[in-house]
Design a protein around this ligand. Structure first.
Ligand SMILES: O=C(O)CCC(=O)C(=O)O
Length: 438
C-alpha cells in the first residue's frame, strides 16, 4: 500500500478542519499518519495516529442521525481507515477490516484507493479454492417458514422474455412478473454456488459487513452490527438460525440486508451479472416520445452492436440517478428474515439466488389503504408490518386492498415496478440480489 496523494489528502482534510476542535485534532492525526509513512514507514506511529483520527471520526459519524453528519467527517474517516490498514502490515485480516469500515462509512471518493488496497491484500492473502466444496452442498430442505399463498392475484411467470417483451408488458405498464431462466448462467448458481456456505466463507468469510439485528428494520429493538461474514453465517444462518431458532419471526433475527456487498467484494461480484433488462428505461419515453421508447427496446435487443456504440440507442437509455449502472444490493439471511411492507422509487429486479421467499405486492393505487407511516425516515413503509397480522380495527381500510402474492423460488427473478409496495419473507436460508435502476 502506498501513501495517499497529498492532493487527495488535502481535499479531504481542508474541508474537515474547520468543523471544530475534534475535527481539527482528527485532521492533524491523519496528517501525522501520512508523514510517518516516509521516508521509512514507522508502522507503530502510523497506527497510533490513524486510530486516534478514526476514533474521533467514528464518534462524529455516530452522533445524531446519519444524514446530519457533516460530510467532511466521512473523508477523514476514509483516510484514517486507509492509514490504519497500511500500518497493519502483515496482519492482513485487521487491515481488511479497516478498509471494509472505510468502504462502508467513509467518503465514496476514497473508494477506488480503498478497493485497490483491499484487492492487493486479498492477493497477498493467497489464492482461495474457489470451487464448490468437495462434499456437495446439502440438498435443499423443505422451507421452515411456510406462509401460504393467500389468494392474491397471480404474478405471471415468463421464461426469459425478450427485452422488447419485457419493456412492453412489464416496464411500461408497471406490471410485476417473475422472470425465469434469467440467472441460470450465473456462477453463483452453478460453478461457484452461493448455496454452499463454505464457499462463501472461503472467499469472503473474513470480510466485515453490516448486519441488521432484530425482527426487522422497524422493530424497536432493531440494531445494526458490524461482523465478519463467517461470524454472521455461523451465528445466524448455519443450522437454520431463523424463525424456528429465534430468527426474525421469533424476534431475534439477523439479516445482511440492502448492502452494496458487490462493490466491496469483487470476488463475489463476478459470480453475478447485471440482467440486460436493467438497460431499459422509461425516462427516455418521457423525453423522446413513444417511438423512441420502442426503438430503445429494440436497440437494447441489438446487443453487441449497441454495446459497440453502433447506431443503436442503448446508450441513450441512460441510467440517470445510477450513472454507474444499477445499484446492486445483497440480501442474505436465515429463514424468517422479513422486510416489512414498503415501497422504493425505482425499478427493481429481485434475483433469488439461494432459497425461496414469499412476496406480497400492492400497487401504488392502494397506498391510501396501506397506512403509510408519517415519520420522515420511514415514510416509504406501511404502519402494517406484516399483512397477515394486522389490527383490523386500527387499519379498517387495509382488509379490502387487492394484492398479488408469489413464492419466488431459487433461480427466479421478480420485477417490482417503482412505488409498488412489497412485503418479503424468507422461507429458508436465502441469498437474493436486487438491481435498482431508473
Ligand atoms: O428481500 C427482501 O427482504 C427485501 C427486498 C427489497 O425490499 C427490495 O429489493 O427492494
Amino acid at each position: 500500500m502506498e501513501k495517499l496523494s497529498d492532493t487527495a489528502l488535502s481535499a479531504a482534510l481542508d474541508a474537515a478542519a474547520a468543523l471544530g476542535s475534534d475535527a481539527a485534532s482528527a485532521c492533524a492525526a491523519v496528517r501525522r499518519a501520512h508523514e510517518f509513512c516516509a521516508p521509512e514507514i514507522d508502522a507503530a506511529a502510523v497506527l497510533k495516529a490513524a486510530e486516534e483520527a478514526r476514533a474521533l471520526a467514528w464518534t462524529a459519524l455516530h452522533t445524531g442521525p446519519w444524514a446530519a453528519v457533516a460530510p467532511p467527517w466521512r473523508g477523514v474517516y476514509a483516510c484514517a481507515c486507509y492509514y490504519a490498514a497500511l500500518a497493519h502490515g502483515d496482519d492482513i485480516d485487521a487491515a481488511l477490516r479497516a478498509l471494509d469500515l472505510g468502504l462502508m462509512l467513509g467518503d465514496a471518493r476514497f473508494r477506488p484507493q480503498l478497493l485497490r488496497a483491499a484487492e492487493r491484500l486479498e492477493a497477498r492473502r493467497g489464492a482461495v479454492d474457489e470451487s464448490a466444496t468437495a462434499a456437495a452442498p446439502p440438498p435443499p430442505q423443505p422451507p421452515s417458514v411456510c406462509r401460504p399463498l393467500s389468494g392474491g392475484a397471480r404474478v405471471p411467470r415468463l421464461p426469459r422474455p425478450s427485452l422488447a417483451w419485457f419493456y412492453n408488458e412489464c416496464l411500461r405498464p408497471a406490471a410485476p412478473a417473475v422472470l425465469t431462466g434469467v440467472i441460470d448462467g450465473w456462477p453463483a448458481r452453478s460453478t461457484r454456488p452461493w448455496s454452499d456456505l463454505a464457499y462463501l466463507k472461503r472467499v469472503a468469510g473474513h470480510r466485515t459487513v453490516p448486519v441488521e439485528v432484530g425482527a426487522h428494520y422497524l422493530d424497536d429493538a432493531f440494531d445494526e452490527r458490524l461482523m465478519t461474514i463467517a461470524d454472521f453465517l455461523e451465528a445466524h444462518v448455519e443450522g437454520g438460525g431463523g424463525a424456528a431458532g429465534g430468527g426474525a419471526a421469533g424476534g431475534g433475527g439477523a439479516y445482511l440486508a440492502q448492502h452494496q456487498l458487490f462493490t466491496q467484494l469483487p470476488q463475489l461480484r463476478r459470480d453475478i451479472a447485471v440482467p440486460d433488462y436493467c438497460s431499459l428505461s422509461l425516462e427516455e419515453d418521457e423525453e423522446g416520445g413513444e417511438g423512441d421508447a420502442e426503438e430503445a427496446a429494440a436497440a437494447a435487443e441489438g446487443g453487441a452492436e449497441a454495446e459497440a456504440g453502433g447506431p443503436a440507442k442503448r446508450r441513450r437509455v441512460a441510467r440517470r440517478g445510477y450513472p454507474d449502472g444499477p445499484a446492486i444490493n445483497a440480501w442474505l439471511g436465515p429463514a424468517g428474515t422479513l422486510s416489512p411492507l414498503h415501497h422504493d422509487p425505482d425499478h427493481n429486479l429481485l434475483a433469488q439466488v439461494v432459497g425461496s421467499k414469499y412476496v406480497r405486492l400492492y400497487s401504488p393505487e392502494q397506498t391510501e389503504r396501506l397506512y403509510p407511516r408519517t415519520d420522515a425516515v420511514h415514510r416509504v413503509s406501511s404502519q402494517i408490518v406484516d399483512p397477515d397480522a394486522h389490527d383490523a380495527a386500527r387499519f379498517p381500510r387495509f382488509g379490502g386492498a387487492p394484492y398479488a402474492d408469489v413464492v419466488l423460488n431459487a433461480g427466479e427473478v421478480l420485477y417490482i415496478p417503482p412505488r409498488w409496495w412489497h412485503f418479503v419473507e424468507a422461507r429458508e436460508t436465502s441469498f437474493s440480489v436486487s438491481f435498482w435502476w431508473r
